[in-house]
Design a protein around this ligand. Sequence first.
Ligand code: PRP
Ligand code: URA
Length: 207
Amino acid sequence: MLTVVEHPLIKHKLSLMRDERTGVKEFRELAGELSLLLAYEAMRDLETVPVQFSTPVQSGEFPMLSGKKLALVAILRAGLVMTEAITDLIPAAKVGHIGMYRDPETLQPVAYYSKLPEDIGSRRVFLTDPMLATGGSAVAAIDKLKEMGAERITLMCILAAPEGVAVIERAHPDVEVVTAAVDERLNDHGYIVPGLGDAGDRIYGTK
Ligand code: PRP
Ligand code: URA
């Protein structure tokens, strides 16, 4: 299932990220802010349970998160900025990392690292990567999570290409994709058009 989160703040911040004049500091901050706004939507159906306590005025039952276990998993590098922002919101979530880069010639994902919570199989997983382009990296990361037993996975990205969305829907129809926008297409180099360029390079200033 695909959810495109529609909100003027999201549109505005995404446009700032697209602008080639936006520098590293601002780009990274915007990626963090957008991640929080996307998390608000992606986590809309988290369960709450009534908990008994008193306010300074009256005692009562008030809704709190049920304590069902969550995991945030970043696809390195660029997904890291997203999990770092979201852990401010949910400090109790465990965080996993999957290292993956896309071979610039073949566009195939190359896995180089993986460290996941041991009990990932019993956690609801929010997988983060700002860019869903061909979908190769996300499919490989989801394959890995499922190998480790994960069953409920939401992929959070800032920008997606229609090609990448279709690839996820085909390979992992049970995975929900939450994104701020779906752009027109991929270009011949596998970049999203109009896109925002190379997310990792713009977050870390490596170009
Ligand atoms: C970017 C991006 C995704 C991947 C998307 O990572 O962060 O992981 O490309 O492309 P795909 O959908 O075609 O697989 P990149 O390979 O540039 O690595 P980096 O995050 O280390 O810069
Ligand atoms: N990875 C990126 O960072 N940007 C794209 O447009 C495609 C893949």
